[in-house]
Write a protein that binds this ligand. Structure first.
Ligand code: SF4
Ligand code: SF4
Length: 90
């Protein structure tokens, strides 16, 4: 699974940048065509949902998605030909 921010929903409030324990969300530096600074994702493959959601069959952390007032955060399945990044934690 991979983490995505739906740019059409995000309003750039940066709540997600404050709650993620992995600091995956970083404040956006470039405005999009609506003038919104959408956060960018720093190595989102570190998120436990990306790594383990399929193995456990349920969402794990999910704090960011709970906090997002615009339901702009979601996890999507990689396409069949898309490489999947894996992070191993020690
Ligand atoms: S689910 Fe948790 S670890 Fe993953 S991006 Fe959201 S807050 Fe960060
Ligand atoms: S919490 Fe949601 S609306 Fe706010 S910046 Fe993050 S993704 Fe965008």
């Amino acid at each position: 699974m991979k983490l995505e921010i739906d740019e059409s929903r995000c309003k750039g409030c940066n709540l997600c940048t404050m709650v993620c324990p992995y600091r995956i969300y970083q404040p956006g530096k470039v405005p999009n065509r609506r003038g919104i600074y959408v956060p960018h994702l720093d190595r989102p493959e570190r998120c436990p949902n990306c790594r383990l959601q399929q193995l456990y069959g349920r969402r794990l952390c999910g704090v960011c998605a709970l906090m997002c007032p615009d339901q702009a955060i979601r996890w999507v399945k990689e396409k069949p030909y898309e490489p999947q990044k894996v992070v191993i934690e020690y």
